[in-house]
Design a protein around this ligand. Structure first.
Ligand SMILES: NC(=O)C1=CN([C@@H]2O[C@H](COP(=O)(O)OP(=O)(O)OC[C@H]3O[C@@H](n4cnc5c(N)ncnc54)[C@H](O)[C@@H]3O)[C@@H](O)[C@H]2O)C=CC1
Ligand SMILES: O=C([O-])CC(=O)C(=O)O
Length: 339
């Protein structure tokens, strides 16, 4: 039997746990952009998000006013494009998503975005390190292979780096890999789960079809791999100068945020592919690598190894690792030279 005092203490604890669970502030930096707007919309529809903070160098209060009329319970606030607006948007955030930065035009690689986006991400990372040092930071801005190391270097310089809380969002590669195989095999993409490892650009994107229960050979396999690796280019070309994937990316970003929130709220076996500080290929000079990652209340819970792959996949991985090392070093060097 419990005494009245014990029962009261239990109720208090449960009450605290419930309110802690229910309070999840999510911040979007770049919230008025092509990705930022639909991403913010999807986050507003997510009952796990209780506060949605929208920041951009333009239009964030307008986007917030619009989304804020949607009849779900979360509070939405748009912040002014000032240092104090940015600080307030970040304070208390559990998740910070960063889609701020320019997108590609036809003929460009993601690396061609480096000159513009490196400093945007560096400056937003500085603000996040100052005002939300314990948040999960989700980098969407390209080139992800370099902007994740940039963010890590900024956090390291400020003495607040936690490798378990920094994620490059590569979910879209897996979303595409599932969709594209379903189009070939005439299956439901919801039932397809293709592992994709490496990074997030061209040859660094390595789909591991052999692990999925699906099989393609010869030219069909080459075409499939190429489509997953260059799916982003399909959208860039079709949009013909008006940007890159925004709607599918918003879905992928919202899915990743939802997985993190689920894991933070105690759900087990939440696994997402993501580009993280990873031990898997450090001995080959590759500090960050995307593979399946089990998420938990502390962010990264367990990094899954690549596992058994075919000779063909190994060849793709070898190319990936070489390119990745260069992309990562470029980001690290940028922050060292432009702190
Ligand atoms: N990780 C991934 O799988 C994907 C990444 N991307 C990348 O996401 C980024 C954004 O793409 P879009 O939304 O289409 O571009 P966009 O140009 O439509 O939107 C970018 C937004 O960032 C804002 N912004 C620029 N500098 C800022 C700053 N210092 N602080 C706050 N906001 C700032 C702009 O005002 C704009 O509203 C690009 O770098 C793109 O390459 C795009 C698709 C997939
Ligand atoms: O292709 C781009 O530039 C945008 C992107 O990262 C993607 O769609 O995967």
């Amino acid at each position: 039997m419990f005494s009245a005092r014990q029962i009261f203490a239990q109720v208090q604890r449960r009450g605290f746990a419930a309110s802690a669970r229910q309070s999840s502030k999510v911040t979007v930096l770049g919230a008025a952009g092509g990705i930022g707007q639909p991403l913010s919309l999807l986050l507003k529809l997510n009952p796990r998000v209780t506060k949605l903070a929208l920041y951009d160098i333009r239009l964030a209060p307008g986007v917030a006013a619009d989304i804020g009329h949607i009849n779900t319970q979360s509070e939405v606030r748009g912040y002014d494009a000032t240092p104090s607006g940015l600080a307030d948007a970040l304070k208390g955030a559990e998740i910070v998503l960063i889609p701020a930065g320019v997108p590609r035009k036809p003929g460009m690689t993601r690396d061609d975005l480096f000159n513009t986006n490196a400093s945007i991400v560096r400056d937003l990372a500085k603000a996040a390190a100052d005002h939300a040092p314990e948040a999960n930071i989700l980098i969407i801005a390209n080139p992800v292979n370099s902007t994740v190391p940039i963010t890590a270097e900024v956090f390291k310089a400020k003495g607040v780096y936690n490798p378990k809380r920094l994620f490059g969002v590569t979910t879209l590669d897996v979303v595409r890999a599932s969709r594209f195989i379903s189009q070939i095999k005439n299956t439901d993409p919801a039932n397809e789960n293709i592992t994709v490892v490496g990074g997030h650009s061209g040859a660094t994107i390595v789909p591991l079809l052999s692990q999925s229960g699906q099989n393609l050979t010869g030219e069909q396999l080459d075409q499939y791999v190429h489509r997953v690796q260059f799916g982003g280019d399909e959208v860039v070309q079709a949009k013909d100068g008006a940007g890159s994937a925004t709607l599918s990316m918003a879905m992928a970003g919202a899915r990743f945020a939802e997985s993190l929130l689920k894991a933070a709220q105690g759900q087990k076996n939440v696994i997402e592919p993501t580009f993280v500080d990873s031990p898997l290929y450090k001995d080959q000079g590759v500090e960050y690598f995307a593979s399946n990652v089990e998420l938990g209340p502390n962010g990264v819970e367990k990094i899954h190894p690549v596992g058994k792959i075919t000779d063909h996949e190994q060849k793709l991985l070898d190319v990936c690792l070489k390119d990745l090392a260069g992309n990562i070093n470029k980001g690290v060097k940028f922050v060292k030279e432009n702190p």
